[in-house]
Design a protein around this ligand. Structure first.
Ligand code: SAH
Ligand code: SF4
Ligand code: F3S
Length: 474
């Protein structure tokens, strides 16, 4: 694309919906387009190319796309009246599931492409100048092997924490879920590829990496000898990287928490004591109908083993209310399992029937109002547990990764090992360092603390890492 020079770059705006994997993919789309003369902008009205990276998980998420596309069509027309061309692309899971329908319903859209083919974006954009296109294939080639690496500056401008997708797709086929259809079969990236990306992130100054996968604990990437390596082993390998102080992973399925992974929680200081382990329901009958392939007791025993390995681990989960056939007694079992486990935080959703999933075909769909009421009750309990967990941290001291300026002048914001937001007064030169913080109080969704003592060793290393920082993306 010769018409865009470095002096006159094309502006790219990306709006991202959905899970962390979409956030990761959006950054990689930027990386794919930068060598072709694009720069990212935060101003949609000024963009030559607008990409919407979509989520199909619940109906609400999907609806948002069509209202966005209506607005984008107007923007495109307004810019055209000023003699400016705007291209509009739809990426992600709605694109994968409803590619042709998007083109039919949204006349302003130039290209639609799924989560597995965005490494071809530059070529797709060229082709879309003459013809509207849909690319929702699951290509033979590995997209990761074809994506350019982000520069150090671009990497650290995204923050001191980074996502790294190690596994994609899902073979579990929970009966409510579209992911196996939108993201395809489970695939793990080879160890060497993950290691290289993690080293590059660390070399740019990133301190914390969250490994991502729709079902990340099913990771089984091959090593150089062609042997499959599980997530526990991968975490051991990554924890050897200099400068990388914190590792996390999400999202996990209870059936794939193997012994090596549980032991990694016991043995690795770099692995943060926080685990997102969704159970969805506390009722065996509903778990079976959901095709989760484990019982409530399996889950509770698993939690016992994880807590035995890492007693201070904080747990998080996902829950669905109103799955077809859910009775008052089933819902009471969900409330009971939440009480039994005690979560530090959790996400909960009203069941949304998704086209093409077995759940959507079931007869006894639960009345909307019943589902809504159950959700409110569940969320109140989860909130209560979250407040109690945060309260229990007051008076403790722990290491906080200081990530960005805080809300008030003179304040910084960071994350505790348990993923809580922490605010404290500290100099901005400590951004990007890990400091010991004494927790003094709780805010509505965060903790307040004060520096115990400045940790000089870490800040020196990091100052070096920060030399190339242009701006912190918040
Ligand atoms: N792979 C992850 C979850 C991916 S989707 C796992 O297995 O845990 C994230 C969450 O969205 C799910 O855990 C579930 O709670 C929720 N979800 C998925 N499909 C849904 C649907 N049809 N209706 C409501 N919530 C849903
Ligand atoms: Fe969806 Fe179940 Fe796979 Fe999670 S494990 S992505 S909920 S099918
Ligand atoms: Fe949504 Fe696709 Fe993620 S459906 S939750 S963006 S995998």
């Amino acid at each position: 694309m010769t018409e865009h020079s470095a002096q006159n770059p094309k502006k790219l705006f990306i709006k991202t919906y959905g899970c962390q994997m979409n956030v990761y993919d959006s950054d990689r789309m930027v990386d794919a387009l930068v060598p072709h003369g694009y720069v990212e902008t935060r101003d949609q009205d000024d963009a030559d190319l607008v990409l919407v990276n979509t989520c199909h998980i619940r109906e609400k998420a999907t609806e948002k796309l069509f209202s966005d596309l209506g607005r984008l069509k107007k923007l495109r027309d307004a810019r055209a009246a000023e003699g400016k061309q705007t291209m509009i692309g739809v990426a992600g899971c709605v694109a994968q599931a409803e590619g042709d329908e998007i083109l039919a319903r949204a006349p302003g859209v130039d290209l639609v492409f799924g989560p597995q083919s965005y490494h071809r974006l530059p070529q797709m954009l060229d082709a879309a100048r003459s013809d509207r296109i849909v690319d929702t294939e699951f290509p033979e080639e590995d997209k990761f092997a074809h994506l350019p690496r982000a520069s150090k500056q671009a990497t650290i401008s995204r923050g001191y924490t980074a996502f790294l997708t190690v596994q994609e797709g899902c073979d579990k086929f929970c009966s409510f879920c579209v992911v196996p259809y939108t993201r395809g079969a489970e695939v793990s990236r080879p160890v060497a590829q993950v290691l290289e990306e993690a080293r590059n992130l660390a070399a740019a100054g990133v301190r914390e990496i969250t490994l991502l996968g729709q079902n990340v604990n099913a990771y089984h990437g091959v090593d150089d000898k062609g042997r499959a390596v599980g997530l526990g082993k991968l975490l051991h390998i990554l924890s050897e990287i200099d400068g990388l102080d914190r590792l996390r992973y999400t999202t996990s399925h209870p059936r794939d928490m193997d012994d090596a992974l549980i032991k990694a929680h016991r043995d690795l200081d770099t692995l943060m004591p926080y685990l997102h382990l969704p159970v969805q329901s506390g009722s065996d009958r509903i778990l079976k109908a959901m095709n989760r392939r484990h019982t409530r007791d399996d889950y509770l025993r698993l939690i016992d083993r994880i807590r035995a390995a890492r007693p201070d681990i904080a747990l998080s989960g996902d829950f669905i209310t109103g799955f077809p056939g859910e009775s008052d007694a089933d819902f009471a079992d969900t409330m009971k399992i939440v009480r039994e486990v005690g979560y530090a935080s959790a996400f909960s959703f009203k069941y949304s029937p998704r086209p093409g999933t077995p759940g959507a075909e079931l007869d006894d769909q639960v009345e909307e109002q019943v589902s809504t009421d159950r959700l409110a009750e569940l969320q109140a309990l989860i909130r209560e547990q979250q407040v109690a967990f945060n309260q229990s941290c007051v008076g403790q001291s722990f290491d906080v990764l200081l990530e960005k300026p805080g809300r008030q002048p003179g304040q910084l914001g960071g994350r505790s090992p348990y993923l809580q937001a922490v605010h404290l007064d500290a100099d901005s030169d400590l951004i990007g360092t890990i400091q010991r913080v004494h927790i003094t109080g709780v805010g509505s969704n965060s903790l307040n603390g004060e520096l115990v003592a400045k940790n000089p060793e870490i800040s020196v290393t990091l100052q070096h890492g920060r030399e190339s920082v242009a701006a912190t993306r918040t």
